[in-house]
Design a protein around this ligand. Structure first.
Ligand SMILES: C[S@@+](CC[C@H](N)C(=O)[O-])C[C@H]1O[C@@H](n2cnc3c(N)ncnc32)[C@H](O)[C@@H]1O
Ligand code: SF4
Length: 397
């Protein structure tokens, strides 16, 4: 049974970018004539006012402003937004507050204003530092601008900076990928998100794939990159996440530990546990910024809403928790899903027999083989007849 609600995070989606990158499937839109900043912030605050009944007086542990390119918003805009959040929800005094930044939009006074508004973690979308690769990715900034953006972040007082870096880029080599990593390491960030470039449906790269490196090259890059990050003092704590000790991303960790989150903004998702109703609710807001702005603060802003069904809970929990290198404490499964650990037994036995999962008295974690074949491991936890969720649009909350 679901007894208590888990930790709670807040996600705020800011959906505009200077230009749409050809590999990107995020809910983001070319900015055109300019960001409708004050209109959108008003819509976010109406959304907050409407959605806050879902979380009552629960304390927000982390806030993540993601995109799109949140750094297109002014310092005053971000301050108004965060002041509105703090005025409406209980935010922990030591909450992690992150903001995603594209180096092509970095400005010193803006970064300072973000810091003064309460942002305490910057996430910088660097991707690569090589001119030719940045061009093939359709990025709006040079390698030098990315390095400068990092230094601007430091000068503005950010002591917790993440760098997004990608590998497996068009026509890439092992040496080239490692060169990117060495240059990024020289900046001494606190955190790396190191992603393999994937061809996402509905993107130009998917329809006209660029020449990607062979899988042997990818495997070599991964091996050398992981070793290099470990030697530089980073802990590999999730499939793509590496942190200096004590500096793991609390916001993302809460997703991976199947915690709760309230989502504000175009296309933002929420997952909220309602212990009294014995329900875990999933909700998504309208995706199109115009439709979202028009509907924010009303029931019409919600595009989908359903309660997770018991048979979906297991796979949803595992899809998150097994991404963590250290796996999860066994008791977390029941605490987050309300299901007894025994429902896992058939899948656990198979996973163990196949050498994909290590099951101890207190923890479960994917083995090295399990991490390599994560999809095969997860497959074992699908319910025989996956449900579609119960539509509860009319549920009185
Ligand atoms: C919302 S963006 C970060 C901030 C900003 N929009 C930017 O790109 O600079 C999130 C990150 O997801 C990663 N990403 C996006 N699409 C990807 C793809 N197809 N394959 C791998 N990583 C991807 C990129 O590293 C990107 O920085
Ligand atoms: S800037 Fe970031 S969010 Fe925008 S299109 Fe590029 S990768 Fe996607």
């Amino acid at each position: 049974m679901l007894e208590t609600a888990p930790p709670l995070s807040l996600y705020i989606h800011l959906p505009w970018c200077v230009r749409k990158c050809p590999y990107c499937d995020f809910n983001s839109y070319r900015v055109g004539t300019g960001v409708p900043e004050s209109t959108y912030i008003r819509a976010l605050l109406s959304d907050l006012n409407y959605s806050r009944s879902l979380v009552g007086d629960r304390v927000i542990q982390s806030i993540f402003m993601g995109g799109g390119t949140p750094s297109l918003f002014s310092g005053d805009g971000i301050r108004t937004l965060l002041d509105g959040v703090r005025g409406s929800l209980k935010v922990a005094h030591d909450a992690e507050i992150s903001l995603e930044t594209n180096p092509g939009t970095a400005e010193a006074h803006r970064f300072q204003a973000y810091r003064e508004a309460g942002v305490n973690r910057l996430s910088l979308g660097v991707q690569s530092l090589r001119a030719e690769k940045l061009a093939s990715l359709g990025r709006i900034h040079s390698g030098r601008e990315a390095l400068e953006a990092f230094q601007l972040g430091r000068q503005a007082g950010f002591d917790n900076i993440n760098i997004d870096l990608m590998y497996g880029l068009p026509e890439d080599t092992v040496e080239g990928s490692i060169e990117d990593m060495e240059q990024a390491l020289a900046l001494a960030p606190e955190h790396f998100s190191w992603y393999q470039l994937t061809l996402e449906p509905n993107t130009p790269f998917y329809h006209r794939p660029p020449p990607l490196p062979h899988e042997d090259i990818i495997a070599d890059v991964e091996q050398r990159g992981r070793d290099r990050l470990r030697d530089a003092g980073f802990q590999h704590y999730e499939v793509s996440a590496y942190a200096k000790p004590g500096l793991q991303c609390r916001h993302n960790r809460n997703y991976w530990e199947f915690g709760d989150y309230l989502g504000l903004g175009a296309g933002a998702h929420s997952k909220i546990t309602l212990p009294k109703k014995r329900v875990i609710l999933r909700q998504a807001k309208r995706r199109q910024p115009g439709a979202y702005i028009d509907a924010a603060g009303t029931p019409d802003s919600i595009e989908t809403e359903y309660a997770l069904m018991a048979e979906d809970l297991t796979i949803e929990f595992m899809m998150n928790a097994l991404r963590l290198t250290q796996g999860f404490a066994s008791e977390l499964f029941t605490a987050r899903t309300g299901l007894p650990l025994s429902v896992l037994n058939p899948a656990l036995n198979l996973a163990r027999q196949r050498g994909l999962l290590a099951v101890g008295p207190e923890r479960m974690q994917a083995t090295a083989k399990g991490r390599l074949f994560l999809d095969n491991l997860l497959q074992l936890f699908f319910a025989p007849k996956p449900g579609q969720g119960t539509n509860i649009v009319n549920l009185k909350l």
